[in-house]
Design a binder for this molecule. Structure first.
Ligand SMILES: [Zn+2]
Length: 245
């Protein structure tokens, strides 16, 4: 089943009897991709960081689960983490060489360069040519509205150029309003659903101990409650937001 068909729909039935009376009834139906139902994709943005990423990798290894890392540009001193992500079987993915909204969304070419620059670097470090990506701020961001319509043009362009992009449908809140690991745990576990795939937005930027401290409990919640944790691949159906600019 193609992902575009999945979702919640309202169906209206119309009927007319012999005497010409008409009636209608509404039903709500859910169309589910069975293969994706109950899968949890743990994703980590804005790394790698020396303070958080290695510990996240340790937990993932202990728990024997795979995740997806949407990384930013990295230095020589953190290249080992990029290699470690790949060597331990996780998906390495492109967030962007830069995360600076006021630079990267200036033009489509600047954005595409911001992607390909990091793609090339990851390839040189790991041998992996990744085409999996996530827009800084998500495809629904409005911070790019200083360049009207850029997101509408970019979502088309990245797909045309062979990338696949992933937003999220579960937010840990760890880059915004949530300041405790209990909060991160509640935000994630409270939003997981069995009738769809769940793309969980988290961050492994420096100092993000609240997510690090919640991670083991989140993984165990998934295992106890019949969810299957997996990594994003090029065949994973995209989870995307509605573009707002
Ligand atoms: Zn980010």
């Amino acid at each position: 089943m193609t992902q575009a068909k999945c979702g919640t729909y309202k169906i209206t039935y119309y009927a007319k009897d012999k005497t010409g009376n008409t009636g209608s009834a509404e039903r709500t139906v859910q169309v589910i991709d069975r293969e994706q139902a109950g899968i949890v994709y743990l994703t980590f943005d804005d790394g790698p960081s020396t303070t958080i990423t290695p510990h996240i990798l340790d937990i993932l290894k202990e728990e024997n689960v795979k995740a997806t890392f949407f990384i930013l540009n990295y230095s020589e001193s953190t290249e080992y983490l990029v290699k470690r992500i790949v060597n331990e079987g996780h998906t390495i993915a492109i967030h962007g060489y830069s995360h600076d909204y006021y630079t990267i969304y200036k033009s489509e070419d600047i954005y595409m360069n911001n992607l390909s620059q990091l793609r090339e670097k990851i390839k040189a470090s790991t041998g992996v040519d990744t085409t999996i990506t996530r827009f800084p701020g998500g495809s629904s961001n409005e911070v790019s509205s200083y360049n009207p319509g850029i997101m509408t043009r970019l979502v088309k362009r990245v797909l045309d150029e062979g990338y696949r992009y992933f937003d999220w449908n579960v937010s840990s809140g760890d880059a915004g309003g949530t300041s405790t690991s209990e909060g991160v745990y509640q935000n994630v576990t409270g939003s997981l659903k069995h009738n769809r795939s769940n793309v969980v937005l988290m961050h492994d930027f420096s100092g993000n101990t609240k997510t690090l401290n919640a991670l083991k409990d989140i993984i165990n919640y998934c295992k106890r409650n019949g969810f299957v944790i997996d990594k994003i691949t090029t065949s994973t159906p995209m989870i995307t937001h509605r573009v707002a600019n």
